[in-house]
Design a protein around this ligand. Structure first.
Ligand SMILES: Nc1ncnc2c1ncn2[C@@H]1O[C@H](COP(=O)(O)OP(=O)(O)O)[C@@H](O)[C@H]1O
Ligand SMILES: CSC[C@H]1O[C@H](OP(=O)(O)O)[C@H](O)[C@@H]1O
Length: 393
């Protein structure tokens, strides 16, 4: 069991059904003869997820489809993303195993990964929508990012080893989705957008804001050119399982080498979006934003003590973190805007009653714009929290 490399598998790709996936994992030795329960539980935009149970044995089999499920077969998508996802989970586990599920096996041709079943945890977005709180979440996310971003960077691995790791995360099609859906389409009248009629005027004003569009272009340039560390690439509250004590990050199929600030910006945007749904949690969630950043910074700085030469030059890490901070704020702004107007809306906004939903989407546009344009003037995490909390909800 474990990894099956391309070429070793005599089966050609087929999407599994609840019946065929059980037979397949039984043949691999994960199940005994006899009845096994299986349910397809995928609720994301892209993949099939099967939960299989037999007695004490509990498995998740996640399989990529050759197209984006949210759109259909008209949007073909590489199956290689499944391979990249399991590689990233294994890579993250080398320095942060407590924050990722165990990968039990994977097959490159059939584009699936067998993963530890986390059904005893809850997807954080789902928990938040029910009013749940996760007291350890922010610290765990900050630690996860401080460990994995440092470990996969030039500063820890050295430029040669880092370039070797980076080769495995060549992920152009998934990067292209992010580049289009986050940095390009929301800022023009693109077909992929999903703009409510009552919001049209607000969005058209955004499209006319040339200064904003220049700043978004700069952030996109950073996204495509800064190969700083291995990113998760899609770190929203739907990609995190949690309990009161534990946190597990799933779904890194968008993993690639990109700017340090991208994952930080995404999670900060989604903590903020959760307050649009539940304003009573504002204090808690903005404290979480603070904790994510402070824990990331502390962990990253501690790791930086063993940065390789010449990156360990006195004062360099302070400069670096200043840039990471302003990138983080800019990427958070882009994510807020795209979740209000682009393809792939989020339940935090979409489940609100119409009048409130429109107001909150306007808030997301206003706050996103402020974060992008003012990011270089935000001097500290306290300033950022003040800016986030300034939006009326
Ligand atoms: N390891 C797991 N254990 C239990 N449920 C899981 C696991 N991984 C995914 N799921 C379920 O499947 C859903 C979709 O998984 P996800 O990896 O986010 O797929 P997608 O890439 O399509 O967004 C999750 O929201 C969760 O309900
Ligand atoms: C066409 S993919 C749109 C959107 O979906 C992804 O999210 P997930 O796989 O977690 O459902 C990602 O955020 C993409 O931008």
């Amino acid at each position: 069991m474990g990894n099956v490399q391309e070429g070793e598998n005599i089966m050609s790709y087929q999407p599994f059904t609840e019946q065929t996936v059980v037979e397949h994992v039984r043949q691999l030795g994960y199940l005994q003869e006899g009845i096994a329960e299986c349910e397809e539980i995928g609720d994301g935009n892209l993949n099939l997820v099967f939960r299989i149970r037999q007695g004490e044995q509990r498995l998740i089999v996640k399989q990529a489809l050759p197209y984006a499920k949210v759109v259909g077969e008209s949007w073909p998508l590489t199956l290689e993303r499944a391979w990249i996802e399991q590689l990233a989970l294994r890579e993250f586990a080398t320095v942060a195993s407590r924050y990722v599920p165990a990968v039990l096996g994977s097959d490159r041709t059939l584009a699936y990964t067998i993963i530890e079943d986390l059904s005893d945890y809850e997807i954080v977005r789902t928990g938040y929508l029910k009013g749940e709180s996760y007291p350890e979440l922010a610290r765990h996310i900050g630690e996860f990012l401080g460990e994995t971003l440092f470990a996969t960077s030039d500063y820890a691995a050295g430029p040669i080893a880092k370039k070797r790791i980076e080769r495995d995360y060549y992920n152009p099609e998934l990067c292209d989705i992010t580049e289009k859906l986050i940095f390009t389409d929301p800022f023009k009248d693109a077909e992929s957008n999903n703009i409510e009629a009552a919001l049209r005027e607000d969005v058209e004003r955004l499209w006319q804001d040339q200064a904003l569009k220049v700043e978004v272009t700069k952030l996109k340039v950073g996204f495509v050119t800064k190969h700083e560390a291995l990113l998760h690439g899609d770190l929203h509250t739907g990609s995190i399982f949690a309990t009161q004590q534990e946190t597990k990050i799933i779904d890194p199929e968008f993993a690639f080498y990109g700017p340090f600030g991208f994952d930080l910006g995404q999670i900060i945007a989604h903590l903020t979006l959760s307050t649009f749904h539940d304003p009573l949690k504002r204090f808690e969630r903005f404290t979480d934003v603070l904790t994510v950043w402070e824990t990331f910074e502390k962990t990253f700085r501690a790791n930086f003590e063993r940065a390789v030469e010449p990156f360990n030059t006195d004062g360099f890490v302070d400069e670096l973190l200043r840039t990471v901070f302003s990138d983080t704020i800019g990427y958070a702004g882009c994510e807020l805007i795209r979740r209000a107007v682009g393809l792939a809306g989020v339940a935090d906004l979409e489940t609100l009653p119409e009048a409130t939903r429109l107001e909150r989407k306007r808030d997301a546009l206003a706050l996103g714009t402020a974060l992008i344009k003012e990011r270089h003037g935000v001097e500290s995490i306290d300033d950022l929290v003040t800016l986030l909390a300034g939006v009326r909800v």
